[in-house]
Every structure is written in C-alpha cells, then in structure tokens.
Design a protein around this ligand. Sequence first.
Ligand code: PGA
Length: 251
Amino acid sequence: MTRWRLIAGNWKMNGLSNALSEVTAIAMAAERHGEVDVALCVPATLIERAVRAAPGFMIGGQDIRSEASGAFTGDSSAAMLIDAGARLTIVGHSERRQGHGERDAAVKAKAEAGLGAGLSVILCVGESDEVRSAGQAVAHVAAQLDQSLPATIGDPAALSIAYEPIWAIGTGKVAGVAEIGEMHAVLRARLVAAYGDAGQGVRILYGGSVKASNAAEIFGVPDVDGALVGGASLTSADFIPIIFAAARPGR
Ligand code: PGA
C-alpha cells in the first residue's frame, strides 16, 4: 500500500496575526511538491485566518475534546475545528498527556471523535527518558498505542501515528535511526494487528527535534512516513527544506 509522506507542523502556543505570512509561504512551497502532504497545526485562534491566508492548504488544530458540545470551559470540539476550516487535529501530544493529565482512554475517545467528525487525526505516542533508560521504551509505546487507538477506522490515510520520544522534543536530541526503525516496525505490526491490511495504510510519523539537517536521514528509515515538526515549523525558512527532503524521490 502506497503511503504519501505527511509533514505536519505543530506551532504549539506560538503564532499571532503577523505569522500568517509564514503560513502563506509554506503553503506555496507545499503546492510545488505534489507527492507529499503538508499541514500546519496552528493555535485555535489562528485556524480560520490561516485557512483564509492559504486557501486549499491543510490547516489543523492541536487538540479536541471528545464530546460534541457542553460545559467544558476552554475546550473545542471536532465540529468547532471543522467549522473554522481545519481538516486535521493532533491528539495525545505528550505536552497534553503530561501537562493536562490526559490518559490513553481520553486520547482514544478524542481520536474516535475526530475521525468520526471527518477530521484527519495525528495520534501521538512516546516514551520518557526514564522509561527508555529502563529498557522499557518499546513495551511502553506499544501499550500506549494499543490503548489509544480508535476501535475502528474508515480511510486509513485519515489516521497518522506520531512517534515522539519525549526526551527528543524541543531538546535538539534526536532518536537514532536504529531506535526509530525499531519503534516504527513495532508500531506498524501493532497497527496491522488492530486493523488488518488497513493498518498498512496508516502513516507513522517521527517527531522530536526534526530539522532540515537531519530530515533526509530520518525519512530514509523504513516505515517513517513523515514527521511532526515543532520548532522548525515556525518559519518557512526552516520548514520548507524539510518538505523538500520528504518530497525527494527514491523511497
Ligand atoms: P520539536 O517538537 O520539533 O520542537 O522537537 C515536536 C513536537 O512536539 O511535536
């Protein structure tokens, strides 16, 4: 099953109106590279304006609540993101799992709500430094995936898994190609166990200090279908070379 690479930027809590010119520049570069999917997950406050600044380009949010509506101060539903023009959302980012106490069951409910509403979903998993030092990384991440995965999927291309070792996020430390390859092979096997053949169509992204200088090497690892990029997605100057690296032929 052919999987197009997906390069998704995660702006986290960064971006005011003056960043919209970066969205436009990134969208224009993405258009020139047809064989790679590119998206930017911007703060909720910017979604609608980012969609207007780059018509046709894939804009996403960074989290949703699983409920459709109700007394949940500060949260947004999948329908709200779609209403603002978003086409995808991240769920289960480690900054939400750690900072907001989100457990696997909540992440699973968010993933199911997002897919059910028609959003594409990037579901994040990843181990801490302590877990890796204890030799438990693979077991930990596999269990996290099993417990966070939606029960069923329709179009497998609507779901992506982002393997993001917590110790590599925003630190400049990148997992080695052997570590990435080992983890992505395990995640692929778990996806096939969960969904059969459709599990081959789910993209597995790597995330954690991806930048222009290491992107090509990471994209060369089997079962790496793209990247979730934080810091290096904030400017077109940093992000466009990562898109170029993903679009390079030879996969
Ligand atoms: P980073 O963040 O690229 O800045 O390490 C990645 C992420 O948290 O998604």
